[in-house]
Design a protein around this ligand. Structure first.
Ligand code: ZN
Length: 222
């Protein structure tokens, strides 16, 4: 008996059903999509399987360029994310970059615990640095749960600043290319994406927006 050529058959079956479904209503769909992509958005999110960019935003294939890693971290020495940002800005000419964190992020949780995970400890170290930067505020919160939620938000806000500081974003702004960087937090429990109030459209805004949001929401009252 010949072996089925497809390993993971259920996934290939689902793929075929999806193709049939799409082409039933629009026979030229894939032909058109294959010719070009011109998404307006670059999504930088967490690798978590529960946070899929397209479904959350209702965007179809071709409408959002996506980069994901553990805990949606943007590091200035990470050639991968820097290349995605540069390509998205210079060639795709996206108009918006959103850094999307999510509540309940295990990468963020791992940064709060002192458990050793292995190689990924080095990556998560970046989130731990965010926690240390905002330790006074986070330590003032009454529960572990709230500290976790707020560190998820603060991690997004710090990564928004990192995106703004990249040479690709700075150069885009220098040549007046329209580009806004946003920070969102997504709720696993309700499916809602929330804007964290740190949308930046030019280099002059970056520091003031950051300071305003930190002072308003993440500062201990004396
Ligand atoms: Zn996560």
């Amino acid at each position: 008996m010949p072996q089925n050529p497809y390993i993971l058959k259920s996934l290939f079956d689902a793929n075929k059903a999806w193709v049939d479904n799409v082409t039933d209503t629009d026979s030229a769909y894939f032909e058109r999509l294959a010719k070009q992509q011109s998404p307006e958005y670059l999504w930088i999110g967490c690798s978590d399987s529960r946070v899929p960019a397209n479904q959350i935003t209702g965007l179809a294939p071709g409408e959002v360029f996506v980069h994901r890693n553990i805990a949606n971290v943007v590091v200035h020495s990470d050639l991968n994310v820097l290349s995605v940002i540069q390509f998205a800005i210079e060639f795709i000419k996206v108009k918006h970059i959103m850094v999307v964190g999510h509540y309940g992020c295990s990468g963020v949780k791992a940064s709060m615990d002192h458990q050793r995970l292995g190689l990924s400890d080095n990556w998560i170290r970046h989130v731990r640095d965010v926690g240390q930067k905002h330790a006074k505020y986070l330590d003032s919160l009454p529960s572990e749960h709230e500290r976790h939620d707020k560190l998820c938000e603060l991690n997004v806000i710090e990564q928004v600043v990192h995106v703004c500081q990249t040479s690709s974003v700075q150069e885009a702004w220098d040549r007046n290319q329209p580009l806004t960087v946003h920070g969102w937090a997504y709720g696993l429990k309700d499916g809602i994406a929330r804007d964290l109030g740190i949308s930046v459209t030019n280099p002059r805004e970056m520091r003031s927006r950051y300071q305003a949001v930190i002072e308003k929401r993440y500062t201990v009252a004396d």
